[in-house]
Ligand binder design. Structure first.
Ligand SMILES: [Mg+2]
Length: 223
């Protein structure tokens, strides 16, 4: 029997959530570049991967990239919050089947407490990913770690590197690779103040009480 996992959290995060919701209701949009605009079609608030690779950035005003979008036949959607809210509840419900302790963190992110689980967590989270996609149509990535901050960081890695197949456990990294990883974490801008978020933090500092993790998570959500 495998060793029980000690403290362990997963962060399940939907990929390009608003753009993915639009795809669920219009499957013709699969593989098309999609951009979702904010209220009154002001600026970009979501992009499919295809739109990202055209160089379209988050938060850019629509008028600045209108020509590029016409040129590249980008599908433009006005935001539809009732649809996203409804899809979110469906996704969160499926995620909740995978742990008795779930914290819905935002419209497209949920933490699961996997502490003490004796099953293979990678397999467990792979089946969550497959189940969410097949029951709701929404793709997700899962990051795992011994704190919520680490799970969040792991999620970013799961999204960035396709070799992990959407699920990554940061506690499995040897410590020298972990240190290197922290060195490569981006700098966060907060109210004009540039904060080197994780760069200067050691692994031990990261394992701090919730209040600190909350702060870091709030900051990390800003970019
Ligand atoms: Mg997301």
């Amino acid at each position: 029997m495998p060793k029980p996992n000690q403290q362990k959290f997963a962060l399940v995060d939907c990929n390009n959530f608003y753009a993915s919701c639009e795809r669920v209701f219009d499957p013709k949009l699969e593989r098309e570049p999609i951009v979702v605009l904010s209220n009154n079609d002001g600026c970009v608030i979501a992009r499919s991967n295809e739109a990202k690779s055209l160089g379209i950035k988050m938060g850019v005003p629509y008028y600045q990239i209108k020509n590029l979008m016409i040129d590249k036949s980008v599908v433009i959607k006005s935001s539809n919050y009732p649809l996203y809210g409804d899809m979110s509840s469906r996704v969160m419900k499926v995620i909740g089947y995978y742990s008795p302790i779930q914290e819905v963190y935002s419209i497209d992110e949920s933490f699961l407490d996997l502490s003490g689980f004796t099953l293979n967590l990678n397999t467990h989270m792979q089946s969550l990913k497959v189940q969410v996609k097949s029951w709701t149509g929404i793709p997700v990535c899962v990051g795992m770690g011994s704190t919520k901050v680490l799970a969040k960081l792991a999620n970013r890695i799961a999204k960035k590197y396709s070799r992990f197949d959407g699920v990554f456990d940061i506690d499995k990294l040897p410590s020298e690779r972990f240190e290197k990883l922290l060195d490569s974490v981006e700098v966060v801008t907060f109210g004009g103040l540039v904060i080197s978020l994780l760069k200067s933090l050691s692994r031990s500092v990261l394992i701090l009480p919730m209040i600190f993790t909350r702060l870091i998570l709030a900051l990390s959500k800003l970019y």
